[in-house]
Design a protein around this ligand. Structure first.
Ligand code: AP5
Length: 193
């Protein structure tokens, strides 16, 4: 089973590359951002609470996202493996994910980080904000807050997987296919191990 953490700052291309990984490997895509937006669309209490934080570029509490992921792992009995997109975003989330997978006799295969500079992130998200309907893409101030949250709370998660010898990073600038070719090469090497 292949359990992949796709990592990188807001706008790095995690969602875009996830679609290519689903096509190639049939993995189950678990995006905490998509799950939270689903809760908002349904108008649940969790969604209403999360929306305030998301619209302000802040992270949702660990317990909320860990609970959502836990439910999704339980609902999948015969999957080929998961792409974790936008999760884990704190070291506490990474520790919880390890425990959840361990309880199912599974583990993370590896993390692949997409490296993209802040100017390019801002450019991509402002461009998408014009028609994505995502309030958190709407203005440079909120995008900057999201990048700040990433540098402050999420970047240390890379160290968590480095310590386990499970970390790879690639240049996330270039065409979608060029970037996917690098991801594909890393995964094929993991699968041969
Ligand atoms: P989330 O939905 O996870 O958003 P994000 O991490 O900010 O990432 P994005 O979806 O904006 O970017 P991406 O890296 O997926 O890039 P994409 O492929 O879309 O989280 C939203 C919010 O939810 C958070 O701020 C937080 O509040 C909350 N949240 C979610 N998970 C949480 C957690 N675990 N803990 C706590 N809170 C959580 O691409 C971006 C754009 O760039 C697109 O327009 C795309 O077409 C374009 N693009 C992609 N690749 C390229 C390329 N190679 N060249 C040029 N353009 C490209």
């Amino acid at each position: 089973m292949l359990n992949l953490v796709l990592f990188g700052p807001p706008g790095a291309g995690k969602g875009t590359q996830s679609q290519k990984l689903i096509e190639q490997y049939g993995l189950i895509h678990l995006s905490t951002g998509d799950l939270l937006r689903g809760e908002i669309a349904q108008g649940t209490e969790l969604g209403l609470e999360a929306k305030k934080l998301m619209d302000d570029g802040k992270l949702v509490p660990d317990a909320v996202v860990i609970g959502m992921i836990s439910n999704k792992l339980d609902s999948n009995k015969d999957g080929k493996g998961f792409i974790f997109d936008g999760f884990p975003r704190t070291v506490a989330q990474a520790e919880a994910l390890d425990s959840l997978l361990e309880s199912k006799a599974s583990a993370i295969s590896g993390m692949i980080a997409l490296e993209v500079d802040d100017d390019e992130l801002l450019r991509r998200l402002l461009l998408r904000g014009k028609d994505s309907g995502r309030p958190d893409d709407a203005n440079p101030e909120v995008i900057s807050k999201r990048i700040h949250e990433y540098n402050d709370k999420t970047a240390p998660v890379a160290g968590f997987y480095k310590n386990q010898g499970k970390f790879k990073s690639i240049n996330g600038i270039g065409s979608v296919n060029e970037i996917f070719a690098q991801i594909h090469a890393i995964i094929e090497a993991w699968l041969k191990d």
